[in-house]
Design a protein around this ligand. Structure first.
Ligand SMILES: [Zn+2]
Ligand SMILES: [Zn+2]
Length: 347
C-alpha cells in the first residue's frame, strides 16, 4: 500500500486507489492555503477510494470537511470522480478548464443512444470491421448497454483560467493550459521556491497526466459529437510538452507514479517517442494506403493486436487517428480521395 508523502512547504500527496486498474493509484495533492486545504484532483468514484482519501487527509493533519476547494487537472474519472462527494462533505468549490467542463456537461446530458450512434459512426468511418461494430449495434437496438462512467460527474463551480494565478490565499499557483490528453487539461505551477532548494528555474509543477515519469499518456481524439472541426490533439500535446520544458520547474508532482526532477529530460523522451511513432506510421502508409483501423492493427502496442481487449481497441484506433491527423497537418500524409472508409497515404 502506497503512503501519504509530505513534499514540504504545505504540499502532500495522497495515493487514492483506482479499482481494477493497472495504474493502481491517483496521487491526490493537498495544498495548504490560508483558507484551508485545496485538493488537486480527487480520485476515482468508489467508496473505498473515498475512505482512502479521508484517511490520507487525516495523515496530512486535516479532514474532509476542512477542504476549501478542488482544482481538477482534467475530467477523467480517476481525477474528477470523487469531486462531487468531496464537495458534498465539505462545501468546497470545484474548478476546471472550460474545455473539460464542456465534456463533463456533454457526458452528463448525452443520451446513450446518441453516444452509441456517434461511436458506431466514428468507428465505421475509421474502417472497423463489422464484427467489432456488432456489439455496439446490438446495445443500440436493445436500448441497453453499459452506463458511461462520467454520467454522475460533478459540474464544476469555477473556471480555471489559463495563464492566471488561481485565487488562493497565501499561495502563488498559476494555471498552465496543456491540451492534448484532454482538450482542457491543465498543469498547475506552484511559483514558490522549492522547499529543499532544488535547482531549476523554479517552483513545482502539478502535472496531472500531462507529464508522468514512466507512462506515455494516451493521446486520442477529443470525441465531441457536436463539433465537426478536425482537431489535432497530438499536435496540441507536443506543443504543450514544449511549453512545460520551457517552464523548467524544479520538480514535477504528477498524478500517477512518483515525483521527479528532470522535466525537460522527460519532455525530450516523450517528444522523441512520438517522433519515432510518426515516422514508423508514415513508413506504413508509404507502402500502401491504410484506414485508421488498419494503421492501429499494424502499429506497435504493449501487446499483440489479437490480445488487445475490445474497449482498448477503440482507444488504440483513436490514438492511430490522432497520429494520422498530425501527419496530415505536417503535410506528410493525405486522405486518398474517394475512399470510404477513408484510407491515408504518405506524401
Ligand atoms: Zn487522464
Ligand atoms: Zn490519470
Amino acid at each position: 500500500m502506497r503512503r501519504v508523502t509530505d513534499h514540504g512547504g504545505g504540499v502532500w500527496s495522497v495515493p487514492v486507489p483506482i479499482p481494477d486498474n493497472p495504474l493502481g493509484h491517483t496521487l491526490v495533492h493537498v495544498l495548504e492555503t490560508d483558507h484551508g486545504p485545496v485538493l488537486i484532483d480527487t480520485g476515482w468514484d468508489d467508496p473505498a477510494s473515498f475512505d482512502a482519501l479521508a484517511d490520507g487527509l487525516a495523515v496530512c493533519g486535516t479532514s474532509m470537511p476542512e477542504i476549501h476547494g478542488v482544482l481538477i487537472t482534467h475530467h477523467h474519472p480517476d481525477h474528477h470522480g470523487l469531486s462531487g462527494r468531496v464537495r458534498e462533505a465539505s462545501g468546497a468549490w470545484i474548478a476546471m478548464h472550460p474545455a473539460d467542463t464542456a465534456v463533463v456537461r456533454r457526458t452528463r446530458t448525452a443520451p446513450q443512444a446518441a453516444w452509441l450512434d456517434y461511436l458506431i459512426g466514428k468507428l465505421s468511418d475509421a474502417g472497423a470491421p463489422e464484427d467489432h461494430l456488432a456489439p455496439l449495434r446490438a446495445a443500440r437496438a436493445s436500448g441497453r448497454g453499459r452506463a458511461l462512467p462520467g454520467l454522475r460527474a460533478a459540474l464544476p463551480d469555477r473556471e480555471i483560467v489559463p495563464g492566471e494565478l488561481v485565487d488562493l490565499a497565501g499561495r502563488r499557483l498559476r494555471a498552465i493550459w496543456t491540451p492534448g490528453h484532454t482538450p482542457g487539461h491543465v498543469c498547475l505551477h506552484l511559483e514558490e521556491e522549492h522547499p529543499a532548494q532544488h535547482p531549476g528555474r523554479g517552483g513545482r509543477l502539478f502535472s496531472g497526466d500531462h507529464l508522468l515519469p514512466e507512462i506515455t499518456p494516451h493521446i486520442g481524439l477529443y470525441e465531441d459529437p457536436d463539433d465537426a472541426a478536425v482537431t489535432d490533439p497530438l499536435g496540441d500535446y507536443l506543443d504543450s510538452l514544449e511549453r512545460i520544458a520551457r517552464l523548467a520547474p524544479a520538480e514535477v508532482l504528477p498524478a500517477h507514479q512518483y515525483a521527479f526532477a528532470d522535466a525537460a529530460g522527460r519532455v525530450g523522451e516523450l517528444l522523441s517517442h512520438h517522433a519515432a511513432r510518426l515516422a514508423s506510421l508514415r513508413e506504413l502508409i508509404a507502402a500502401h494506403p491504410l484506414t485508421p483501423w488498419q494503421v492501429a492493427e499494424a502499429m506497435e502496442w504493449n501487446r499483440p493486436w489479437e490480445h488487445i481487449p475490445y474497449g482498448s481497441r477503440n482507444i488504440a484506433v483513436s490514438e492511430a487517428e490522432a497520429h494520422l491527423r498530425r501527419l496530415v497537418k505536417l503535410g506528410l500524409a493525405e486522405p486518398v480521395a474517394g475512399t470510404r472508409p477513408v484510407a491515408y497515404a504518405a506524401v
